[in-house]
Design a protein. Structure first.
Length: 118
């Protein structure tokens, strides 16, 4: 991918992570980690800012160095994914789409929970 594309991914992911801080059904951790990974590929300045941020830095560094997340953050993310999965059934989405979304959310939640804990 081109560095400009990585920058775009980092900006969009960071924006979604910021949005997730005010929307309780949207998990912010995956978007923050995606922003850090994308920034590492195409925007070292942003990666450095995220890695040295007082609150976010330990999370980003733990992920980058060990692929690990704190257990409390994993639990909060999995709960957010579960709430999102339930809310899908109250949306006007077709049944097959709701099943697909829930399957993707469940797979991501399982993968996230199996990551090492810090």
């Amino acid at each position: 991918m081109l560095p400009l594309a990585w920058k775009l991914v980092a900006i969009v992911a960071l924006g979604l992570a910021a949005l997730a801080t005010v929307l309780p059904v949207l998990p912010s951790v995956p978007f923050l980690l995606l922003a850090a990974v994308a920034a590492g590929h195409g925007w070292p300045w942003l990666e450095g800012r995220l890695a040295h941020h007082p609150q976010l830095g330990p999370l980003v560094r733990g992920w980058r160095e060990h692929g690990a997340l704190p257990r409390a953050i994993k639990a909060a993310a999995v709960v957010s994914l579960a709430v999102s999965g339930v809310l899908v059934w109250f949306s006007p989405a077709q049944t097959w789409l709701a099943i697909g979304i829930d399957a993707a959310l469940a797979a991501f939640g399982a993968w996230l929970w199996m990551r090492p804990s810090t």
